[in-house]
Design a protein around this ligand. Structure first.
Ligand SMILES: [Mg+2]
Length: 266
């Protein structure tokens, strides 16, 4: 029985700066229907406060506690381990790491997220040298690419982590979709069992495949980075929707409280 949803943001709730038509209304409706919600994103270019501002600007009322993102998960992990970290992140994403020591050129850990246009050889090489000196590697996601507002595909975090791993031989700990530890941390944040959770997203592997391997229901939306070829791969979504806007009606047809089409694949 599905009691809560993990909702992807980029390509699912909004595309670039624009909300997916009907998505903000669908989120409001799901809340009214009593479902627990968390926004689970691999976005590492912004901190949670910036994401909250963006969502509130689209008419989706949320607080930072509604958002589960890799920088937050990594900062929590580093505090627990009392580890210093070199942060290859945008200024905005660094906000989550306020009290985590940097460790200069000899950090305990190198944390790699999406730096977009800010990637430089110097930053890359500094991280490489730290890894060769024994630092661990945390990847804030391993997504290969994403679709920008102008419709073009753009490199995400994964290729940069892979390059550092290739050069140094250091295996990354991945704290982002589709890694199991990240889904498990999000599940605990939601306070539900895996079979009570459905993940909704536009990434057949990162969202749907990752959720299914964590024991959750995986719902694919045909927005964002979705391409028809995604349906010919190994991952089989439990449900496919044209967009997030369709979700309240899809779950309502079987309500209350859980439609047979959801979670019926086990
Ligand atoms: Mg997405």
């Amino acid at each position: 029985m599905v009691r809560g949803f993990l909702l992807d943001l980029d390509g699912t709730v909004y595309d670039g700066g624009q909300p997916i038509p009907g998505a903000p209304e669908a989120i409001v409706r799901l809340k009214q229907m009593g479902y627990a919600l968390r926004f689970v994103t691999n976005t590492t270019s912004r901190d949670r406060a910036a994401l909250v501002d963006k969502l509130n600007g689209m008419g989706v009322t949320v607080t930072v506690n509604d958002i589960f993102a890799p920088p937050y998960a990594a900062a929590r992990y580093l505090r627990k381990e009392q580890a210093s970290a070199m942060l290859l992140l945008t200024e905005s994403a660094r906000q989550e790491f306020g009290d985590v020591p940097t460790g200069g050129d000899r950090p305990d850990t190198v944390v790699v997220g999406d730096m977009g246009e800010q990637w430089t050889f110097a930053a890359f090489n500094r991280a490489f040298r730290a890894l060769m000196d024994g630092a661990g590697l945390i990847a804030l996601g391993m997504s290969r690419y994403w679709r920008t507002a102008d419709g073009k595909l753009s490199l995400d975090t994964g290729p940069f982590v892979a390059a550092l791993q290739f050069a140094s031989g250091v295996e990354p700990i991945v704290l982002g979709k589709p890694a199991l530890p990240f889904f498990e941390m999000a599940r605990l944040d939601l306070g539900l069992e895996p079979d009570e959770i459905a993940m909704v997203g536009d990434d057949i592997e990162g969202d749907v495949g990752g959720a299914q391997r964590a024991g959750m229901t995986g719902i694919l939306v045909r927005t964002g980075k979705f391409r028809e070829a995604d349906l010919r791969g190994e991952v089989r979504p439990d449900m496919i929707l044209d967009s997030l806007a369709e979700l309240p009606a899809a779950v309502a047809t079987g309500s209350p409280p859980s439609p047979p089409t959801l979670g019926g694949a086990e």
